[in-house]
Write a protein that binds this ligand. Structure first.
Ligand code: ZN
Length: 476
C-alpha cells in the first residue's frame, strides 16, 4: 500500500516537517536528482525516508527506535501559534498569553521561558524594514515591541529609548539612555559632549549622534545619546530639554563641548544653565584655520614650523598664572629661531591667540585646561576613542548604528559595575604613550617652563596626536 507524505508548517514561513499519519515525523535534508531524502525528527533515531518524484510512495529505510507520538502535530501547532502570537507582543503582554488561567494544551511544556529564543526570533522577523530617516526610526522605536527587540540594553529588557521630541524647526530628536547611566549622569560634576555626523545607507542624508559622557576615575564613560535629524540650534535645545526632563535633577556645573558650533554651547547654557568649556579640539581647529590661511604650503612641513605650532597648540595646558610668561618665552623662541616669514606669521597667530583666547573676557577663563579643571583634552579624546571603537565607519543603516549605541551602553554598564566592584575596566583609559617624539617634546617644554613642566607632560601626548589633525585640517 502506498504511503503518502503530509507536510506540516514549521515555525517560520516556508519551513515544513513531514509525516505519514502514523505518529512519526521527518525533516527533508537533501534533494538529489529526482529524489528527496528525509530523516526522523528524533535526533537519536536512524529512520530515513526517500520520496521519488515519479512516485508518491514514501519509502521508509531503517525502522524507528522509539514509539510513535500522535499528539506531536497538535503540540507543534500550539507551539507555532504561541510563538507567532507572542512575536507581535511585548513580554508583559505575552505573559497574559501564557497565563495558566487560559488553560491551553501543552501549557506545562510551552512556557514563555522555554520559547523565549523562538519568540525573540519571531519578533525580529516582524521588525519593519530598516528606516532611512530619524523620524521613521522614531515611528518604529515608539512602539514598545520594537523597543525591546531593537533598542534594549544588551544585558536586560530595559529599552534605551527614552522618548523623542519635535523641535520648533520641525526636526526630530531621539534620546537613548539607560537607567544606570542616567543615575551617573545626574551625579557627576562635569560632562563631555561631542557630535558625530554620520551618513545613512542608500540615502544622500546624514544624521547626527550627540554623545554625552563623563570621566570616572580616568575611564571615559558615554552616558546618553541624542539622535538628531539635523544639527540645528533648535534641535539641540529640544533634545537637551528632553534629557533635562528625563533626569529632572543634576549636579554637573560644566560641560566641555568639542565642536565649532556655537549653537550647541548656547543650547547647553540655555537648557541647563551651566558653564560651557571649550575643548582643546576647538582651539586647535581654530589654529588650524589660521595656519591654513597664513602659512605658505612649502613652510608647512618645515621642522621649525612644526616646532612652533606644537608649542602654540600646547598653550592651553599652561597654568593660568603662567600663561603670560609662557607666551613671552614662545615669542622669544620664535624671534631667535624663525626666519622672517615664520616670525611674521607666528606673530599673527600669537596675537590672535591672545586676543581671542586669553584677553577675551568671555573665552579667557576657559582657556587653561590645566588650571584647576580636569584635563579636558584628554577626556574628550578618550571619549571619542571609546565611541569610534564601536561606530561603523562607512554608511550603514540606522539599525546598525542603533546596535553600536547598544554596545557602547553595554560597555559603559560593564565599566560602572567593575568600578563598583573595584575591578579593572575594559574601556579605554588614557595611557601615557612612550612615543620618542613626545619624550623629545616634553624635554623642550622642561627647558622652556622649568618646574612647571610636569602638568605639561600630559599635554604633550595630546599635542603629538593633535598636530596631525591640525595639519590635516589646514591642508584640506
Ligand atoms: Zn524515528
Amino acid at each position: 500500500m502506498a504511503v503518502s507524505l503530509v507536510p506540516e508548517l514549521g515555525i517560520r514561513n516556508n519551513t515544513y516537517y513531514y509525516h505519514t499519519s502514523d505518529g512519526y515525523y521527518f525533516h527533508k535534508y537533501k534533494e538529489v536528482g529526482n529524489a528527496s531524502y528525509y530523516r526522523c525528527t528524533t535526533g537519536t533515531c536512524d529512520a530515513r525516508g526517500i520520496l521519488r518524484s515519479h512516485s508518491r510512495d514514501f519509502e521508509l529505510r531503517y525502522g524507528h527506535n522509539h514509539c510513535p507520538c500522535p499528539e506531536f502535530i497538535e503540540y507543534m501547532r500550539q507551539r507555532r501559534h504561541l510563538i507567532i502570537e507572542a512575536g507581535t507582543m511585548t513580554d508583559s503582554d505575552a505573559m497574559q498569553l501564557f497565563s495558566p488561567d487560559r488553560n491551553f494544551p501543552f501549557q506545562h511544556e510551552l512556557t514563555l521561558e522555554s520559547l523565549r529564543t523562538s519568540i525573540q526570533r519571531e519578533r525580529l522577523s516582524n521588525v519593519p524594514e530598516e528606516p532611512i530617516s530619524i523620524p521613521l526610526l522614531n515611528d518604529i522605536l515608539a512602539q514598545p515591541l520594537f523597543q525591546s527587540v531593537l533598542c534594549s540594553i544588551s544585558d536586560g529588557n530595559e529599552p534605551l529609548y527614552k522618548g523623542s521630541r519635535r523641535s520648533n524647526d520641525g526636526t526630530t530628536v531621539i534620546l537613548l539612555m539607560s537607567g544606570r547611566c542616567s543615575e551617573v549622569l545626574k551625579a557627576v560634576p562635569s560632562l563631555y559632549a561631542f557630535t558625530l555626523t554620520l551618513p545613512i545607507k542608500d540615502t544622500p542624508s546624514n544624521f547626527q549622534i550627540h554623545v554625552i559622557g563623563t570621566l570616572l576615575d580616568g575611564y571615559s564613560v558615554p552616558l546618553a545619546f541624542l539622535l538628531l535629524e539635523r544639527d540645528t540650534s533648535l534641535a539641540y535645545t529640544c533634545g537637551l530639554s528632553l534629557l533635562r526632563d528625563k533626569i529632572t535633577a543634576w549636579n554637573f556645573r560644566s560641560v566641555v563641548v568639542s565642536c565649532n558650533d556655537n549653537n550647541i554651547r548656547d543650547s547647553y547654557r540655555q537648557v541647563f544653565a551651566i558653564n560651557i568649556d571649550i575643548s582643546l579640539d576647538h582651539y586647535i581647529l581654530e589654529i588650524g584655520k589660521l595656519v591654513k590661511n597664513l602659512l605658505p604650503m612649502e613652510k608647512l612641513n618645515e621642522l621649525e614650523t612644526m616646532h612652533f605650532l606644537q608649542l602654540c597648540v600646547g598653550l592651553p595646558m599652561v597654568p593660568q598664572n603662567l600663561l603670560e610668561c609662557a607666551i613671552n618665552v614662545l615669542k622669544t623662541e620664535i624671534f631667535k629661531r624663525a626666519d622672517d616669514v615664520l616670525r611674521h606669521i607666528f606673530g599673527l597667530i600669537l596675537l590672535n591667540i591672545e586676543m581671542r583666547w586669553i584677553r577675551c573676557p568671555i573665552k579667557g577663563p576657559m582657556f587653561s585646561a590645566s588650571g584647576n579643571r580636569e584635563k579636558t583634552s584628554d577626556a574628550m579624546e578618550t571619549l571619542k576613542g571609546t565611541i569610534m571603537n564601536h561606530i561603523p565607519y562607512a554608511g550603514t543603516g540606522l539599525y546598525t548604528y542603533l546596535r553600536a549605541v547598544r554596545r557602547i551602553e553595554g560597555a559603559s554598564g560593564e565599566t560602572l559595575t567593575k568600578m563598583r566592584t573595584a575591578q579593572r575596566s575594559t574601556q579605554r583609559r588614557y595611557s601615557l604613550s612612550e612615543d620618542a617624539e613626545i619624550v623629545a617634546l616634553t624635554n623642550i617644554l622642561i627647558r622652556f617652563f622649568g618646574d612647571f613642566a610636569t602638568p605639561l607632560q600630559n599635554l604633550m601626548k595630546v599635542v603629538a596626536t593633535k598636530r596631525w589633525h591640525v595639519f590635516l585640517k589646514s591642508q584640506q
